[in-house]
Design a protein around this ligand. Structure first.
Ligand code: SIN
Length: 199
């Protein structure tokens, strides 16, 4: 069986190595949220940043009264097929890169075939499940935005992760909307502006 990986976070703008093909796809019934702490990439063990994970819509509704998932939002991402000659190497690379609480799971990724019909393709996908130690769940958007704005880790500023992700998602599916990402972007750009005025 071919080894394919679905990216919905950093894997969209920083693909894995040895990709032989990629297709755009979307998920049904999932929410993408900055609900996972990052101790190793976008923050530190003392000051963890925040990165995205996927959560079933019904579960998210139980977590959050203030940051609901509008039904018109769709989680778009990229499904990568890896060169079989490098499968072991890429599995090790991704297991290491996604080691802060992510588990490899299989999800139904939807795509559109040449006749315009929606089709399902199964893909492996790194999910920060809600029982992993780095899962933080729902935080008030202003608090979350401030945390992302101020955090920095070995992979760079946390806000760059957000800006890169927003830009990549807009390019991927201009017709799609991701209210959580866009609400955070607005708040974090406002913090950037305020900080410029102060300095
Ligand atoms: C992914 O990119 O699909 C997993 C989450 C992340 O590393 O941002």
């Amino acid at each position: 069986m071919t080894y394919t990986v679905f990216g919905y976070g950093s894997l969209i703008f920083k693909p894995p190595p040895h990709v032989i093909s990629e297709v755009h796809g979307f998920l049904k019934g999932y929410v993408r949220r900055f609900a996972q702490k990052s101790h190793d990439h976008r923050g530190t063990p003392e000051n963890p940043g925040r990165v995205v994970t996927l959560i079933h819509k019904e579960e998210w509704d139980a977590f959050s009264g203030s940051d609901a998932f509008p039904d018109e939002d769709i989680v778009w991402g990229k499904a990568y097929t890896i060169d079989p000659a490098f499968e072991k190497e890429v599995r090790e690379y991704l297991d290491y890169r996604e080691k802060d609480g992510y588990t490899l799971e299989t999800v139904d990724v939807w795509g559109v075939d040449l006749d315009g019909e929606e089709v399902i393709v199964l893909h492996g996908c790194y999910v920060g499940r809600n029982d992993n130690p780095s899962f933080i769940g729902s935080e008030p958007l202003d608090v979350l935005a401030h945390k992302i704005w101020e955090s920095v880790g070995p992979s760079g500023p946390n806000k760059e992760y957000l800006y890169n992700l927003v830009e990549a998602v807009r390019k991927l599916a201009p017709e799609s909307h991701d209210s959580h990402l866009y609400a955070l972007e607005t708040r974090i750009r406002a913090l950037d502006r305020l900080n410029k005025l102060d300095s």
